[in-house]
Design a protein around this ligand. Structure first.
Ligand code: ZN
Length: 261
């Protein structure tokens, strides 16, 4: 949908329903629309307070299927379906939404598992990683957010560690919008398939969005093979977002499974 029209229609709904004096913010990162309640990654609006900032975010405090979590290499290995990705190129369209840099994705790209297809809507980054493996953080994590026709979410997580320069990121990393609300667009076409490791083995569990409203029912597939980015590339992102990762959450009675061998 035309983004300008979308903004207008949302404004009109909010003004009539609760007469807020300031226009609402479109939360691109979580795919959910909410009012302009400020949240952050530290202090009085940080992760330990998210559940108290808005009644609609109560799951951040009381949910039993929250993300991210610690993953373990000794997770139960079972015969799991193969995750496949069919991603096409999309025009560069980066936005700094105040919480991360998000690249929106045009229609026609999808990930599939067990014959179920999920359309890729956007990808974005966290520094440091949100998921840990055996208690260890990675330098960054990329989330590829997908949605199926019923509105169910599937997120593919790609762990990023310091190493060689990443050729995919290099295409647009010098164009990262530095300030909240700024965007970078270009006719340049990028294909996030070029970011993925060759092997799509994964850790899988049932979780949530890692940003408010922390909605549950999200299928997580965190790829077990990390990819690399240079120290300079990681520093370029952390200069904008020194810390935009939610702490790991309690697993409660969930199981993490993997097809990594
Ligand atoms: Zn994320």
């Amino acid at each position: 949908m035309n983004r300008f029209l979308l903004t207008l229609s949302i404004c009109s709904v909010v003004f009539t329903s609760c007469e807020r004096p300031t226009p609402p913010k479109i939360e691109v990162s979580g795919l959910d629309l909410h009012h302009d309640i400020h949240w952050s990654y530290d202090g009085p609006t940080g992760p330990s307070h998210w559940g108290e900032l808005n009644p609609e975010w109560i799951l951040a405090k009381s949910g039993k299927k929250q993300s991210p979590i610690n993953l373990s290499k000794s997770s139960q290995t079972t015969d799991l379906p193969i995750l496949t990705a069919d991603y096409q190129a999309t025009p560069l369209n980066l936005t700094n939404n105040g919480h991360t840099i998000v690249q929106s994705y045009s229609e026609g790209s999808s990930a599939s598992i067990s014959g179920n297809s999920y359309q890729l809507a956007q990808f974005h980054f966290h520094h440091t990683s949100e998921h840990t493996v055996d208690g260890n953080y990675f330098d960054m994590e990329c989330h590829l957010v997908h949605k199926n026709e019923e509105g169910n979410l599937l997120v593919v997580g790609v762990l990023i560690k310091a190493g060689k320069e990443n050729e995919f990121l290099k295409q647009f990393w010098s164009d990262l919008p530095q300030e909240e609300g700024k965007s970078s667009t270009a006719t340049l076409q990028i294909n996030v398939e070029d970011l993925l490791p060759d092997d799509l083995s994964y850790y899988h569990y049932q979780g949530s969005l890692t940003t408010p409203p922390c909605t549950e029912g999200v299928q997580w597939y965190v790829l077990s093979d990390p990819i690399e980015a240079s120290v300079g590339q990681i520093a370029a992102f952390s200069a904008i977002f020194p810390k935009n990762n939610r702490p790991v959450q309690n697993l409660f009675d969930r199981k993490v499974v993997t097809n990594d061998e």
